[in-house]
Design a protein around this ligand. Structure first.
Ligand code: NAI
Length: 340
């Protein structure tokens, strides 16, 4: 088997995890290059991960003729332009979610992806690669729940990240709570139901950090979705979870229900002490989805080697972003939005 040489752009909160996995946990892959605006991160990549080439400029990195593929983990507003540029250079592309923040820009990127259909394009909806979600999907496909009627999803980031979020919220363009956080849940709703979202109504509240009002960001939001087949989606998204990182999904069907992580347990340990019966919780996304991040990167490299496109497509990215932006619009206008 040949070795795929990958260049990563972005070595921040998530980029570092992908970089470590590409360098150490994915067979037939070499993390050959890295690009970041932060020099310390490039030094880290060279010294800790054995990366050969460090770049402060993305265009220079993708011009490196040694590269086979790029992994994009830069801020969301750069994804479309970086996907386009890499594909035009003949490279395979993995991009973090969301695929983009602007629907027209995403459509244009989909045209570029479709024009380069022999190159692999994969989008980072990594929950589809988590063991529990995969198991749940198998049960749904086998008809264990009958016909789905409701999908309920919670996605709440730990309050430990709030201080830094509040500090940088004005400067960074996250795309808003629904595009930043609920996008994974929206993808899960579409994945499990195989239906599209027809209508959304979203609401929200800033309670612990009212200053988020000034930068047009939300601390906690909720959305109600109606799908084309009348299945219901209920989303709660937040950035202020006191007990850790809370990602929970419930599927209700005509023959039964299932829940994935209804308590975000860290592992199988239960502590009995003066606080009572304590089940420690997972504290952040790197901990909860450690396995999924490795599995998705293995899939990306495997797809390149076997010349097959991954299950998650740019269309999934477009549809999920459409719904997330509709939720944002619904919250801002305080009205129900119908998707076209
Ligand atoms: P971050 O702010 O921690 O890191 C951003 C990185 O991009 C830094 O290394 C910075 O130097 C680099 N960068 C910024 N502008 C650049 C440019 N023009 N050229 C080259 N490098 C540039 O961001 P974070 O939190 O790691 O998020 C990155 C992406 O990953 C976002 O799109 C986010 O939505 C996504 N994400 C996905 C998660 C998941 O669960 N799948 C979890 C967290 C983030």
């Amino acid at each position: 088997m040949r070795t795929i040489k990958v260049g990563i752009v972005g070595l921040g909160r998530l980029g570092k995890i992908h970089a470590q996995n590409l360098a150490q946990n994915v067979p037939n892959c070499q993390l050959y290059a890295a690009c970041s605006l932060n020099e310390e991160e490039l030094i880290y990549a060279k010294t800790e991960l054995g990366v050969e080439k460090g770049y402060a400029n993305y265009a220079e990195m993708i011009a490196d003729s040694e590269l086979d593929a790029v992994a994009i983990a830069s801020p969301s507003g750069y994804h479309c332009q970086q996907i386009n540029a890499a594909l035009e250079k003949g490279l395979h592309v993995y991009s973090e979610k969301p695929i983009g923040l602007d629907l027209e820009e995403i459509q244009a990127t989909m045209d570029v992806i479709n024009r380069h259909s022999k190159q692999i394009f994969m989008l980072g909806f990594m929950r589809r690669y988590d063991d529990s979600y995969r198991y749940a999907k198998e049960l749904v496909e086998a008809g264990e729940l009958g016909e789905l009627t409701v999908v309920r999803c919670y996605g709440i980031d730990p309050s430990s990240g709030m201080e830094s979020f509040v500090k940088f919220a004005g400067a960074s363009n996250s795309g808003g709570l629904f595009a930043d956080m609920s996008i994974h849940d929206i993808d899960l709703v579409r994945w499990f139901t195989k239906a599209e979202v027809a209508k959304v109504w979203a609401i929200g509240k800033n309670a612990a950090y009212p200053e988020l009002d000034q930068v047009n960001e939300l601390e906690t939001g909720a959305a109600m979705l109606q799908l084309t087949d009348k299945t219901m989606g209920l989303l709660v998204a937040g950035r202020n979870c006191a007990h850790g990182y809370h990602v929970e999904t419930e599927l209700i069907g005509t023959k039964g229900m299932l829940r994935i992580a209804n308590f975000p347990e860290k592992n199988l340990v239960t502590v009995l002490n003066s606080n009572g019966v304590v089940r420690p919780c997972s504290q952040d996304f790197p901990e909860r989805f450690a396995g999924a991040f490795i599995t998705e990167m293995k899939e990306f490299i495997e797809c390149i080697l076997t010349e097959k496109q991954p299950e998650v497509t740019s269309y999934d990215g477009l549809q999920a972003t459409k719904v997330a932006l509709a939720c944002k619009e619904s919250f801002e206008k305080n009205q129900l939005i119908e998707l076209k």
